[in-house]
Design a protein around this ligand. Structure first.
Ligand SMILES: *Cc1c(COP(=O)(O)O)cnc(C)c1O
Length: 391
């Protein structure tokens, strides 16, 4: 095997996808309720994004950021017009977007405000990426194992513990960074009042509020961006996963006061915002806005969670069904890895969020029939485990 063993891969080889369906190299069909980890939010090979990519492939692939490009300007305008942000920096992944957010926050304090604040407060169980800075920001020890020394300046506090956040703020604190729904760490929606309290705390202490919307953005939670549920506007937020419908692209977005903190030469990416990536972003956003895809995700998410609660409410191995929009978790009382493997064998692709949570991430255009099909399979597998018929 000529690949690094960095992934515990499922024993499935996928070769083709369309909409909510995937097929493996044996011709077996799967209903996809993981969307490549919240990436293919419009389903596999969505026609409009596909057509835009094919058109762009015939025109221009790459020129680098020493030139103006129509694609970046159009994609940035769409993002800015539909969010609280005033400027966008394009990059290639979620970790890179968060890395840019951390750099912008530090540089804003140094260069615009002229102080020496650099520390970022993040939360236990959070996930922010795998670069050295973003894995340090991440509130899970397993991603840090063997990689020290880690960069200085990150402090972790428990979620929903305002006193702990206040106690962590000192004269060196620059920002607070949080996922509006803690996704990887167990699908835990953050309470609106906690987000409001963080905003108020940031304003009181002159700190920046950063939302990591790499997973919650792009319609996933039932609004275009997760922060729109609470009405709490961040100073900086980040996107990746669903931004290009499967074409790799990330973005760091910020409000007006932060824009002067980056000047020519202070941050860059060779591939960031290539014409092909921008074609994917623009077609994805236009589709989401024209079809009001986030509203569809909100409705489908309500239906999915209601059906799951009905179908599993009596099962002693299911503790809670929770989530926002189509970012849904089933909190079980036992490790779920083998239940997930059994669902894969029965043709339903789901993933975990920590050892005891089954995470459901269907595409945002999923139908009620597809939801019913998934719920029936999940309830059957979990019920069999109560009865002891599946190991
Ligand atoms: C996936 C994810 C990241 C990392 O994104 P990559 O594209 O894998 O670097 C960061 N933050 C959150 C919340 C994520 O879900």
């Amino acid at each position: 095997m000529s690949l690094f063993p960095t992934y515990a891969r499922y024993p499935i080889r996928l070769v083709r996808g369309k909409g909510s369906r995937l097929w493996d190299d044996q011709g077996k069909e799967y209903l996809d309720f993981m969307s490549g980890l919240a990436v293919t939010n419009l389903g596999h090979v969505p026609d409009r994004v596909r057509d835009a990519l094919v058109r762009q492939l015939d025109r221009l692939w790459h020129v680098c950021n020493l030139f103006h490009t129509e694609g970046q300007e159009r994609a940035a305008r769409l993002l800015v017009e539909n969010s609280c942000a005033d400027a966008v920096f394009f990059c290639n992944s979620g970790a890179e977007a968060n890395e840019a957010a951390i750099k912008l926050a530090r540089r804003y304090h140094r260069k615009v405000l002229g102080n020496d604040r650099y520390k970022i407060i993040t939360f236990e169980r959070s996930f922010h990426g795998r670069t050295l800075a973003t894995l340090t920001a991440t509130g899970q020890d397993k991603v840090k194992d063997g990689f020290d020394p880690l960069p200085e300046g990150f402090v972790h506090v428990p979620l929903h513990d305002l006193a702990a956040v206040e106690a962590a703020v000192d004269g060196r604190t620059a920002a607070i960074m949080i996922e509006p729904v803690v996704a990887e760490g167990g699908v835990i929606p953050v309470k609106d009042e906690f987000l409001r309290a963080l905003r108020e705390l940031c304003d009181r202490h002159g700190l920046l509020l950063i939302f990591d919307e790499v997973q919650t953005g792009m319609g996933r939670t039932g609004k275009l961006f997760g922060y729109q549920h609470s009405g709490v506007e961040p100073d900086i937020f980040t996107l990746a996963k669903g931004l290009g419908s499967g074409f790799p692209v990330g973005a760091m977005l910020a409000r007006e006061h932060l824009v002067p903190a980056f000047s020519p030469g202070s941050h860059a990416s060779t591939f960031g915002g290539t014409p092909i990536a921008m074609a994917a972003v623009t077609a994805t956003l236009e589709t989401m806005l024209e079809l009001d895809v986030p509203a569809k995700a909100a409705e489908a998410g309500e239906y999915l969670m209601r059906r799951l609660r009905e179908a599993t409410g009596d099962l002693p191995n299911v503790k809670e069904v929770r989530g926002k929009g189509l970012l849904v978790g089933i909190q079980c009382t036992h490790p779920v890895a083998d239940a997930v493997a059994e669902l894969h064998r029965r043709g339903l692709l789901v993933v975990t969020a920590g050892p005891e949570v089954i995470r459901l991430l269907p595409n945002l255009l999923v139908t009620r029939e597809e939801i019913d099909e998934a719920v029936d399979k999940i309830a059957a597998v979990l019920r069999e485990r109560v009865a002891g018929t599946v190991g």
